[in-house]
Design a protein around this ligand. Structure first.
Ligand code: KG4
Ligand code: ZN
Length: 320
């Protein structure tokens, strides 16, 4: 039998487990989302997230083994996200994983959540070797660019100075009365926009020149715009506004990715994290990379958001 890793991910509001073979075959990938529990608060409530992880962690681990049709005795190592994340939430997966590894006399591998997102790209392609690349990680908590070496060494190049891009999507969606998580809702609205009007200009281009990403200015500009329209007693054109916000948020990413690719001369870009599911982003980055002669890869849609298969993949790359 192939060597198998059982992985656990509880850094935010998903209780996720997976069984992945060392040659990157996903045998099971269970994601129990707490979105229905947190959506009434418009965002994740950390204490509620931890309590719900405790309630279900043993069943979710068992489901990963059952779906993979294996027993705990078939597992060669246990991996879990240990940082960064909501402290109380990440602790549940970590302690459960450590105890499971100890009980079954197998190694425990501690994984950085970001390394998990980075590993979701080779995992999607079934590759258990890394190539030198620039990694763009875009999620609810991160907007970062890294240089990743063939050895797996990860060096941070640029990160957000304030809100993460996914956080900006979520906050703008909340103000517009859209449900949580806001990213997919904004994308749906933006796709409905077929008008010929110019997009609303929220942020001046010079903002792009700063080192690092910044989304709080854009978020505030959208909120001010919404308040102004409401005060005038006018209706908000949701698709127009969503398309304008999405365009601006993604333009900043594309501008900074372009700058990094040109300055580092690295010819491979891997994009990951929840926001990498966005189709407009995929299309725009693909066009930009083709102009630069850069190969760009995205994770499988099912591996963009938080999941444990990517944590297993990161542990496999780390072991190698
Ligand atoms: O990676 P992820 O599941 O969790 C974190 O590590 O944060 O990312 C979640 C984020 C949320 O902010 C969500 O709104 C955003 O990813 N997101 C999207 C899309 N799908 C998820 N943002 C824009 N467009 C999407 N299609
Ligand atoms: Zn994440």
């Amino acid at each position: 039998m192939k060597r198998l890793v059982l992985a656990i991910e509880t850094s935010c509001d998903e209780t996720a487990t997976a069984v992945v073979s060392v040659d990157m075959e996903i045998l099971s990938n269970v994601v129990l989302s707490q979105i229905p529990i947190h959506s009434k608060y418009g965002g994740v409530v950390p204490e509620i997230a931890s309590r719900n992880h405790i309630k279900v962690i043993d069943q979710v681990v068992q489901k990963a083994l059952d779906d993979a049709k294996v027993l705990m005795s078939d597992i060669s190592a246990v991996a879990a996200t240990t940082h960064p994340g909501l402290p109380g939430a990440v602790l549940i997966g970590r302690i459960f994983g450590e105890a499971l590894a100890l009980r079954n006399n197998v190694p425990f591998i501690s994984i950085n959540h970001i390394h998990g997102h980075i590993a979701s790209v080779p995992l999607s392609m079934g590759e258990s070797e890394l190539e030198k690349h620039i990694a763009l990680v875009i999620s609810g908590g991160h907007t970062s660019l890294y240089k990743v070496a063939k050895s797996g060494k990860v060096v941070l190049l640029e990160q957000t100075l304030d809100d993460a891009i996914g956080e900006a999507f979520d906050k703008v969606a909340r103000v517009l009365g859209l449900s949580y998580p806001g990213g997919p809702e904004i994308e749906k609205q933006a796709n409905k926009w077929i008008g010929n009007d110019e997009l609303i200009k929220f942020v001046a281009k010079p903002n792009y020149q700063i080192q690092g990403f910044s989304y709080s200015g854009l978020k505030t500009a959208v909120l001010n715009y919404v308040n102004k329209i409401k005060m005038k007693g006018e209706e908000i054109n949701l698709p127009h506004l969503a398309a304008s916000f999405q365009y601006e948020a993604i333009s900043q990413l594309v501008f900074k990715v372009n700058r990094i690719l040109k300055s580092t001369k690295v010819k491979t870009l891997c994009v990951s994290g929840g926001v990498s599911a966005n189709e407009y982003l995929r299309k725009t980055l693909t066009e930009e990379c083709s102009k630069l002669g850069v190969k760009v890869s995205f994770p499988h849609k099912s591996l963009c958001g938080d999941n444990a298969a990517m944590i297993a993949a990161a542990s496999i790359l780390e072991l190698k």
